[in-house]
Design a protein around this ligand. Structure first.
Ligand code: FAD
Length: 394
């Protein structure tokens, strides 16, 4: 049996950040993780280069039943604080669009930084250690793993969400919360590609790989102007991943296929300047040709010279392409999702320390709680911020 001040379940972004902070405060800290390697999601994130934060992070970039919950932690540990940390370690990184920061070489560089911080702070990281059960004892908690058992004063649950089961995702965090009578909100796969109904899959067969700039809007009015990507299963790309967090089964999404144009004006201009040319050939200068061909086959785009379009036809075509409606069949689910929406209800936790209001010494941080960021480095920033706040409090 091993005794420690702080036991952290999960050597992911949130757990490792929390561990280093607590260690620097002189606490004895052990992190247990069932994986063979630490921070496996950091390693695969951002296509192997990890989009580790977003310079424009603000509480508005998060979904949570209590929109105020993340404010305190995000303000006490900002994107700039994390940038300062990686700068001290000499990480090479670059800025992409929309405030996103990525490692130049490999996400492994970031994992090395987290592990170095843990080493400097005297943290013990025990891998291949699966937590099997947790019990409350007089002065803290007893935790049994497949290897040994631990006694700790503070128990931090940083076990993540349900995405990517093959990378060790498990529901243990939710189970521990429920064991101690904390409410867990329904979990849903988010930042995830859409699958399409059979008839749409047939219509778009052959479009796989086509990407175009759009503005996608959900039924609740949230919209993102980014690319969509046709895949052999359905629709993906950043705009689709973003909107998936706001989409619910049975709803439609509206896609402005030409967000940079006023199509009815363009069509009228074409009529006066290039009247003999066909509608489809002209539209193929704005949209991918294969996609235009699908719309011709559907009868949406008339196969005739543009001068033959009458005013109602111009309006109808413009409305259609500016507000293309698509009703997804579902999503690809946890297998490919980047995050889990829902989780431990933030009403159960202190927004300053992340400690359970009901259960002294029990903390939840990172993705296991009901705080879900947009695509773009926001999820890691919440891991750093919640890990930091909790590490100061345990
Ligand atoms: P996790 O990283 O999931 O860590 C939890 C740990 O707990 C795991 O290591 C797991 O092995 C361990 N664990 C679980 N159960 C047990 C148990 N019973 N016993 C012991 N250990 C256990 N976010 C961004 O901000 N930027 C990106 O570029 C980005 N890209 C992503 C790409 C992909 C493909 C995916 C899937 C996600 C991406 N995300 C990204 C989201 C981000 O990875 C997560 O939000 C973040 O990793 C959550 O960190 P965490 O520490 O809360 O949990």
């Amino acid at each position: 049996m091993i005794t420690t001040d702080v036991l952290i379940i999960g050597a992911g972004a949130a757990g490792l950040m929390c561990a280093a902070q607590a260690g620097y405060r002189g606490k004895s800290v052990v992190v247990v993780d069932m994986g063979k390697k630490p921070a496996r999601k950091v390693l695969i994130s951002g296509g192997g280069r990890c989009n580790f934060t977003n310079e424009n992070t603000s509480p508005e970039n998060y979904l949570c039943q209590n929109p105020h919950f993340a404010k305190s932690a995000l303000s006490r540990y900002s994107a700039q604080d994390f940038i300062d940390l990686v700068d001290r370690h000499g990480l090479k990184y670059h800025h992409k669009s929309l405030g996103q920061l990525f490692c130049d070489d490999s996400a492994q560089d970031l994992v090395d930084i987290l592990m170095t911080e843990c080493e400097w702070a005297g943290v013990q990281v025990n891998l291949r250690s699966e937590v099997l059960s947790v019990t409350k004892i007089d002065d803290g908690y007893s935790v049994t793993t497949n290897e040994t058992s631990y006694q700790c004063k503070s128990l931090v649950v940083a076990s993540g969400g349900l995405t990517m089961p093959k990378l060790g995702a498990s529901p243990i965090g939710y189970k521990i919360a429920e064991q101690f009578d904390l409410k867990v909100l329904e979990t849903i796969a988010a930042l995830v590609p859409f699958t399409l109904h059979e008839h749409d899959k047939e219509r778009f067969d052959g479009l796989s790989g086509i990407s175009l700039l759009t503005e996608v809007t959900s039924e609740n009015g949230t919209s993102f102007k980014e690319n969509i990507l046709f895949t052999h299963r359905g629709l993906s790309g950043p705009a689709i991943l973003q909107i998936s967090s706001f989409w619910r089964a049975g709803q439609a999404v509206t896609i402005n296929l030409l967000p940079e144009h006023n199509l009815s004006e363009t069509l009228s201009q074409w009529q006066s300047e290039q009247g003999q040319k066909s509608v489809k050939n002209l539209l193929a200068t704005l949209l991918p040709k294969r996609f235009v061909e699908v719309l011709v086959k559907d009868g949406v785009i008339a196969d005739k010279p543009i001068k033959q379009l009458n005013h109602p036809e111009i309006t109808a075509l413009s409305d259609y392409l500016h507000a293309w409606q698509i009703k997804p069949n579902g999503t690809e689910g946890y297998r490919t999702a980047e995050v889990t929406l829902g989780g431990v209800d933030t009403d159960e936790l202190s927004s300053k320390t992340f400690e359970s209001k009901k259960q002294q010494g029990l903390f939840f941080i990172g993705e296991v709680i009901d705080v879900t960021g947009w695509l773009g480095g926001y999820n890691f920033q919440f891991c750093w911020a919640s890990g930091y706040a909790c590490g100061q409090a345990v």
